[in-house]
Ligand binder design. Structure first.
Ligand code: PMP
Length: 456
C-alpha cells in the first residue's frame, strides 16, 4: 500500500487536487488512495512498486492487459501518420472508414452503419437522439420514451444516467421524465416466494405488455438492454428472457438496442453478448473492449433497418446535427482495428473460451461458502453475492460494508476486485494465464475467509 502519512505523498497530492468518481470518501480517508504508474500484463503497479492483479480489467475494458505491445505499436504508428481528426463536414480519416467497415463486418448485421463517440455514455445518448430524430422525421414526434430495466447501467450523462436505473441518480434529480424501468430479470433476487423461473419470466413479459398498453406503444422510442447486466452486479437474465421479451417489442414496432459496452468483443465467450443469447438487436452500443481500453472511444452500430431509416430521415433534413470533436479519432480507430484483430485472430477469444470452465469452477467452489448466496456469470464476467443467511438470502447489515471489506482485503493481498452492492465482481482480462487465474481465486478465497470470520 502507498505510504499515506507524508504531506506531499502521492496520496495527499491525489486528494488535494483531483476528484474521484464513484468513490466512498470515508474509505479513502481511512485507507488512502492508490496511485498507479504502469502495468505489466494483467497487473498494475503503484507508486511504491506494489503489484496488483487486476481482476476487473480496469473498468471491464483492458481485455489485453496493461502493456500489450501490438496496441501501443498501432497507436505509435498512427500518431506518426495522422494524430487526430474529426468526422464532421464530410471529412473523416481513412482509419475511421476502415473501422466502420470492420465493425459492420464482424457485427451480427448483414449491413449497417457506425457513428463514433468517446465513451459508452455518449454512445447511448447518441442512440437515443438518433431514435428521437428518426421517429420525429417519420411523423411520430411523441415517440420519446425509453424503456430500460432495474439495475441497468447505461452511463452517467444526463440521458444515459436516466436510463441507468440506480437510486443514486436521485441526487441529480434524475431520471428525466419519460425514462421507464422494468423489473430486473434476476430470478434469484427478484423471484417471489414459491414462484418458478418460468412464472417469474411470465410476470416480466406481462409487466412489459402492461407498460406498453399504459404508456401507448406510439410514445415509446426504444428498448435498451445489456445482454448481461454488468455494473448492476453481473446479472445474466433469467432463462428464456430475450426469447420471450423481444417478440413483444417487435410486435409493437419498438426498436431493440443491445448495450454491449461490457459484453462486446468476446467477454461472454462469443463475439457479442446478443450472440450468446441467440438474438439480433436493431443496433449495438459499443465501447470499452472496442479499443481494449487503450483509447477512449464508443460506437453506435446500426443494423440495416435502423441505418436505412436514419439515412432517409437525414436525407430529408439534410443533416444529422450531432457529433463530438474526437468522434472517429484516427488513433482510436487504429487501436480498435488492432484490438479486434487480437480478439478474433490473435488468440484472445480462444483464451476466453479456454478460461471459462476454470473461471466458472472457481466461482462455484467459492459459492459453497455458507455466506455466499449465489454465484452468477456468463463467460469471463462473474459475481459472488455475500449473504448473512444462505437459506433465506438475507443480506448482511449494510453498516458492515461486507463487500467493500472483502475488496479492501483483496487489495491488501495484491488483488483488485470490485464490490457492487453485496456482491464481489470479477471480470478478468482475456490474456490471463491459468496460473494467474489460480492466484486470483486463491487471494479472493483468503479474503472471503478472513472477512466472513470477522462478520459471520
Ligand atoms: N453501458 C454499459 C453497459 C456500461 O457498463 C458502461 C460503463 N460501465 C456504460 C454504458 C458507460 O460507459 P462510459 O463509462 O464509457 O461512459
Amino acid at each position: 500500500m502507498p505510504d499515506t502519512s507524508l504531506p506531499n505523498s502521492w496520496d495527499a497530492r491525489a486528494k488535494a487536487h483531483s476528484f474521484f468518481g464513484f468513490t466512498d470518501l470515508p474509505s479513502i480517508a481511512e485507507r488512502g488512495t492508490v496511485v498507479l504508474t504502469h502495468g505489466e500484463g494483467p497487473y498494475v503497479v503503484d507508486t511504491d512498486g506494489t503489484r496488483y492483479l487486476d481482476a476487473n480489467s480496469g473498468l471491464w475494458n483492458m481485455i489485453a492487459g496493461f502493456d500489450h505491445p501490438d496496441l501501443t505499436a498501432a497507436a505509435q504508428a498512427q500518431y506518426a501518420a495522422f494524430p487526430g481528426y474529426h468526422a464532421f463536414f464530410g471529412r473523416m480519416s481513412d482509419q475511421a472508414v476502415m473501422l466502420s467497415e470492420k465493425l459492420v463486418e464482424v457485427s451480427p448485421f448483414e449491413d449497417g452503419k457506425v457513428f463514433y463517440t468517446n465513451s459508452g455514455s455518449e454512445a447511448n445518448d447518441t442512440m437515443v437522439k438518433m431514435l428521437w430524430f428518426l421517429h420525429g422525421a417519420e411523423g411520430r414526434p411523441q415517440a420519446r420514451k425509453i424503456i430500460t430495466r432495474g439495475n441497468a447501467y447505461h452511463g452517467v450523462t444526463a440521458v444515459s444516467a436516466s436510463m441507468t436505473a440506480k437510486p443514486y441518480n436521485a441526487v441529480f434529480g434524475l431520471p428525466l421524465p419519460g425514462f421507464l424501468h422494468l423489473t430486473c430479470p434476476h430470478y434469484w433476487r427478484e423471484g417471489r416466494d414459491g414462484e418458478s423461473e418460468a412464472e417469474f419470466l411470465a410476470r416480466l413479459v406481462d409487466e412489459l405488455e402492461q407498460m406498453i398498453a399504459t404508456e401507448g406503444a406510439d410514445t415509446i422510442a426504444g428498448f435498451f438492454a445489456e445482454p448481461v447486466q454488468g455494473a448492476g452486479g453481473v446479472i445474466p437474465p433469467c432463462d428464456g428472457y430475450f426469447d420471450a421479451m423481444l417478440p413483444v417489442l417487435r410486435r409493437h414496432g419498438i426498436p431493440i438496442i443491445a448495450d454491449e459496452v461490457i459484453t462486446g468483443f468476446g467477454r461472454t465467450g462469443a463475439l457479442w453478448g446478443c450472440e450468446s443469447y441467440g438474438f439480433v438487436p436493431d443496433a449495438i452500443i459499443s465501447s470499452k473492449a472496442l479499443t481494449a481500453g487503450f483509447f477512449p472511444m464508443g460506437a453506435v452500430i446500426l443494423g440495416p433497418e435502423l441505418s436505412d431509416r436514419l439515412q432517409r430521415a437525414v436525407d430529408v433534413i439534410e443533416e444529422f446535427p450531432h457529433g463530438f470533436t474526437a468522434s472517429g479519432h484516427p488513433v482510436g480507430c487504429a487501436i480498435a482495428l488492432k484490438s479486434i484483430d487480437l480478439v478474433m485472430n490473435g488468440g484472445l477469444l480462444n483464451n476466453v473460451n479456454h478460461l471459462i470452465p476454470t473461471f466458472e469452477a472457481g466461482l462455484a467452489k467459492l459459492a459453497q461458502h455458507e455466506h455466499i448466496g449465489e454465484w452468477r456469470g456468463r463467460g469471463l464476467m462473474g459475481a459472488l453475492e455475500a449473504v448473512r443467511d444462505k437459506a433465506t438470502k438475507t443480506p448482511f447489515e449494510g453498516h458492515l460494508s461486507v463487500s467493500e471489506r472483502i475488496a479492501n482485503t483483496c487489495t491488501d493481498h495484491g488483488l483488485i476486485c470490485r464490490p457492487l452492492g453485496q456482491s464481489i465482481v470479477l471480470c478478468p482480462p482475456f490474456i490471463m494465464t491459468d496460473a494467474q487465474m489460480e492466484e486470483m481465486f486463491d487471494k479472493l478465497s483468503r479474503a472471503l475467509n478472513k472477512v466472513f470470520a470477522e462478520v459471520g
